[in-house]
Design a protein around this ligand. Structure first.
Ligand code: PTT
Ligand code: SF4
Length: 605
């Protein structure tokens, strides 16, 4: 099939073996790329292993749209069995590594085994080497990026971890280009466990497409369409930070460890403040609507901000200064810590301190302590040891009912939307295939603009439609979804792109079915890896059901547990899963996953 480099590169760090494998047409047809390839490979090859052992594998996977001359196409998926959740984990990163990987002749890299000494992987077309990285070990991601760029040239794509990944801190992510981050569920720790500091990728070839002329023409039109959109100017001024004000207005800003939805200092740090402080913009390759806004942090250095980072390192920990948030963000990037989980961990410690459950004083909004905590978390030292495994682990250590306000689902910390008054978004977090991420179904905007308090079946149907599109198509194609979500770029462009790339026309029905196949396989994976996995994994924390907002326009509102139960039951029914959330045999058979049902049947649930 056209549009793919056609090869999978496999590198075993235990024995140094490098091999190249053909990717079959059925794999391309049934799983497309990105997340689809990743779950298929993990299902086939990574079975009941300790995520931080040499038996786990980490997958870097592109799709047919990655790296093409098309709007916002410089993306790739990083996936593995997650050390944070114990189930399937992935993240999506914008990086030159996705562009160069395909140019080098590979769609996917699978890294397995474990190196004895720190190393990095150098991929230059045919030439693949495991290189000693002793001098890079311990360096932060900015320093290591500079060293590698100097050595390999700026025309290389670099994916790397910081010291927190080396220290096996389970909330570590993978970084690129000093500000792109991907792999929230501990992908950085998996690299660290393999003593793999980085991948440096260079490539000089070109992928052969079905109709390059048509593709060029479509790409040109796509960029023009994006620039012509009404919301483009505002997007360029505020990027994802436009959500900050909106969340505060709608009482869904994560505030004081998701206790409240409105922050008293919001006007001092919203998108308008960002506009005034902005000193530059950064983003992913092939993008004409770059969303990384740079401001000077409180130490005078540049830091790149996004809504999630500000929500979690600002209101969620009671901090109301954008330059101070930017400094915490920069530190997280240097250490290679995921900002969302980090903000949740710090918020958890602040609340534990307020409730007298830990002896240390960690006050809301205390910037100096928060700064110290980032370093301690990155090192896994001191008070931070409690949260090194995320807030689920912390609540298990502390006990005393703290699981009620440990803000995670399936072990992954909730991203920056408070859902006391957004039941659809609560269900989205509950059913996201990697734990509480917003990436699969950001239903909140639709929910607030329609019937916010409805628990109706139509909301569940909409949620599944979003998951099919975002979690199925965008994650596997693999391309940035923000042109569609944020400026209203036409969805129908994508099947046209696919046709010009691969030569085959796929309808949305075909693409949705592929999304369902990927979701069913991910669900089966969780079940196989965690035999007791089932319905009770699909609930947000008790806080949203039990503690209504104490102020703001949603004062007194909380999620109704019984009605949530009903939505969850509909969700399973619509997906063709049983009421414990496990795909039915007939569903797996229909999706071409016959062998999968044999493996998960008969497991205790
Ligand atoms: C994503 C998650 C997000 S989602 C943000 S901000 W967001 C946080 N960014 C971090 C960061 O920065 N530094 C850091 N140390 N940790 C961080 N953790 C958080 O990671 C990102 C953009 C954004 S910005 C979003 S919404 C969209 N996400 C997409 C997606 O998931 N899929 C897709 N097909 N397109 C997407 N487009 C947008 O990409 P994870 P990026 Mg990211 C500094 O990785 O694990 O998925 O978590 O990739 O290149 O940084 O782009 O308001
Ligand atoms: Fe990257 Fe942002 Fe552009 Fe998407 S919109 S490709 S995340 S810079």
């Amino acid at each position: 099939m056209k549009g793919y480099a056609g090869k999978l590169l496999r590198v075993n760090l235990s024995n140094g073996k490098v091999s190249k494998e053909e990717i079959s047409d059925s794999m391309k047809r049934d799983f497309m790329g990105g997340r689809g390839f990743a779950i298929k490979l993990l299902w086939d090859e990574v079975k009941r292993v300790d995520p931080l052992s040499e038996k786990n594998k980490i997958i870097f996977s592109t799709g047919p749209l990655s790296g093409q001359l098309l709007p916002s196409s410089g993306k790739m998926v990083i996936a593995s069995k997650s050390p944070l959740t114990g189930g399937y984990g992935d993240g999506n990163i914008g990086t030159m590594a996705s562009v160069y990987l395909k140019k080098a002749g590979y769609d996917v890299v699978v890294v397995e085994g474990k190196s004895e000494r720190p190393c990095y992987l150098s991929i230059e077309d045919e030439n693949v080497k495991i290189v000693d990285a002793s001098d890079l070990w311990g360096k932060n991601t900015f320093e290591a990026q500079d060293i590698l760029e100097k050595k390999h040239g700026r025309n290389s794509g670099i994916l790397l971890i910081g010291p927190s990944g080396e220290n096996l801190i389970r909330i570590s992510t993978v970084m690129s280009q000093k500000g792109r981050a991907g792999g929230r569920p501990g992908m950085g720790a998996v690299m660290g466990s393999k003593k793999l500091k980085a991948l440096v990728i260079k490539g000089t070839g070109n992928v052969s497409n079905f109709d390059d002329n048509k593709l060029r023409e479509l790409g040109k039109k796509g960029y023009e369409e994006i620039k012509g959109k009404e919301s483009y100017d505002f997007w360029m001024r505020q990027g994802t930070m436009q959500a900050f004000d909106w969340c505060n207005e709608n009482a869904c800003l994560p505030t004081y460890n998701f206790k409240e939805g409105v922050f008293e200092f919001s006007k001092e740090m919203d998108g308008h403040v960002l506009e005034k402080l902005n000193i530059g913009r950064k983003g992913c390759p092939m993008c004409s609507m770059q969303c990384g806004h740079i401001i000077k942090d409180s130490s005078g250095q540049g830091a790149e901000l996004d809504y999630e980072n500000v929500g979690m390192l600002g209101p969620n920990i009671g901090l109301g200064s954008l330059p101070q948030v930017a400094l915490l963000n920069r530190l997280a990037d240097e250490w290679g810590l995921d900002t969302i989980s980090l903000g949740s961990c710090i918020g958890f410690l602040m609340e534990a301190s307020e409730k007298g459950l830990i002896k240390e004083k960690v006050r809301w909004g205390d910037f100096e302590t928060a700064q110290k905590l980032v370093t301690e978390i990155g090192r896994g030292e001191g008070l931070a040891k409690i949260v090194a495994g995320g807030v689920r682990g912390a609540s298990e250590t502390i006990g005393k009912g703290s699981h009620r306000w440990a803000m995670h689902v399936k072990g992954l910390e909730i991203s920056a939307y408070n859902c006391h008054a957004c039941p659809g978004m609560a269900l989205s977090f509950g059913t996201s295939p990697i734990g509480a991420s917003h990436k699969d179904a950001w239903i909140i905007a639709w929910e607030i603009s329609t019937d916010r308090f409805s628990y109706g079946k139509e909301k569940v149907e909409k949620l599944i439609e979003f998951q099919r599109l975002r979690g199925g198509f965008f994650e596997s194609a693999t391309v940035c979804r923000l042109p569609w979500v944020e400026v209203g770029f036409g969805l129908d462009r994508y099947p046209e792109y696919l046709e010009a790339i691969t030569g085959s026309r796929m309808t949305w029905e075909d693409l949705y079915e592929m999304g369902d196949r990927i979701y069913a396989l991910i669900r089966a994976y969780w079940k196989r890896e965690i035999p007791q996995f089932g319905r009770k994994w699909d609930y947000p924390p008790d806080r949203w059901f039990e503690e209504p907002h104490s102020g703001g326009k949603m004062k007194g509102v909380k999620v109704d547990r019984e009605k949530y139960e009903q939505m969850l039951s509909w969700y399973y029914e619509l997906r063709g899963w049983d009421q414990n959330g496990i795909p039915l045999k007939e569903t797996l058979d229909r999706l071409g996953l016959k062998d999968v049902s044999k493996e998960i049947m008969g497991q205790v649930g």
